[in-house]
Design a protein around this ligand. Structure first.
Ligand SMILES: [Zn+2]
Length: 348
């Protein structure tokens, strides 16, 4: 069974299986700001076991993360000895006994925990830097493959993505295309003659770039557009659909999330329940049907934050989509009552 079509409840149980151990073995030991957050809430290293426990943490505003760089997992020898998972602690002990600390630092720490790819996501209060490790990039590639499938892209497609689309969505598309075996070309700049010569079946880019390509006349080979909404969203998507005469899929990564969400053929924005926990809360931080979208990482390395209000408002529908997928969908995220122009998202 594909990860997107599991029975209701299975997504959550898989997430919860990973969550408690990840918090206890990696996040609490190695991420100082999140450790302080857990301690203030009285949860300590092992008090957070399920997604529901996250509600015991206060909601953090995106602006309170600063530029995000303090939120990186930093496994020092001291922290590993004090409170890392037993596997890592044991390997450090063996390395010290055998005098192989350098090899341990290289293979067990840098290879697993060092952020090697950064993305910078602008949002109304500043810019958020998110670091990804090698394992994060593998995960992002797998989520890119799933997002391509959600969007209806197959290995026989040819994608051209314009380089103006930056950030996590564009990276996820590139890694996902590699993972899924889909031909992918990045163009800089988006020259219409080169696009024509490349004969893509899928053209991806920002709303503004796609508008220009439509204005210049889309090659007849193009059967679908993918709009990277970037971190702040926006763009005249209905107009893009109308003017292009093609199906338009959205890939949207609001600042703070680690992987873009993607729309299916039913135009619903699917999320990644094993890799994130999404809540909808009111202004007092209480659960509600329609309100602020609050996001927590699950299982990521590099940058980690929990219970961050992303900015956009919306709803989360956990019922099965008409496309057959059972992953939660974000609905109505563009209808934010506040700062709508700055935080407008897609309108699925
Ligand atoms: Zn769907």
């Amino acid at each position: 069974m594909s990860d997107d079509r599991r029975r209701p409840g299975q997504h959550e149980s898989r997430r919860d299986e990973a969550l408690g151990r990840w918090i206890a073995d990696e996040v609490h030991p190695f991420c100082e700001p999140v450790r302080a957050q857990l301690e203030r809430a009285g949860l300590g290293r092992r008090g957070l076991r399920t997604g529901a426990d996250l509600a015991k943490l206060p909601v953090t505003e995106l602006a309170d993360l600063g530029d995000g760089r303090r939120h990186v997992l930093e496994p020092t020898a001291e922290r590993i000895r004090e409170s890392a998972g037993i596997g890592l602690r044991g390997r450090l002990l063996v390395a010290d006994v055998l005098g192989r600390r350098d090899g341990f630092a290289r293979h067990d720490i840098d290879a697993a925990f060092k952020p090697v790819r950064w993305t910078a996501d602008p949002h109304p209060a500043g810019t958020l830097f998110a670091g990804s490790t090698g394992t994060d990039l593998e995960r992002l590639g797998a989520l890119g493959r799933r997002a391509l499938a959600v969007s209806g892209v197959t290995p026989s497609d040819r994608i051209v993505c314009t380089s103006e689309a930056v950030g996590v969505g564009a990276l996820q598309l590139e890694l996902g295309a590699r993972d899924a075996g889909v031909a992918h070309l990045v163009l800089d700049p988006a020259d219409e003659r080169v696009i024509e010569a490349a004969a893509p079946t899928v053209l991806a880019g920002t709303a503004a770039t796609l508008e220009r390509a439509i204005g210049a006349g889309l090659p007849t080979s193009v059967r679908m557009l993918i709009v990277h909404l970037g971190s702040t969203g926006g763009g005249d998507l209905r107009g893009l659909r109308r003017r292009s005469g093609r199906p338009v899929r959205l890939w949207w990564a609001p600042a703070g999330v680690r992987a873009a969400w993607a729309t299916c053929e039913a135009d619903h924005l699917h999320t990644w329940p094993e890799h994130e926990h999404l809540e909808v809360v009111d202004d007092a931080g209480q659960p509600t049907d329609s309100g602020r979208l609050v996001w927590s990482a699950v299982g990521w390395r590099g940058s980690v934050w929990l219970r961050v209000a992303l900015g956009p408002h919306g709803r989360v529908d956990r019922s099965e989509c008409t496309c057959g997928r059972t992953t939660p969908r974000v609905l109505g995220a563009a209808r934010a009552p506040r700062r709508a122009s700055a935080t407008a998202g897609p309108r699925p």
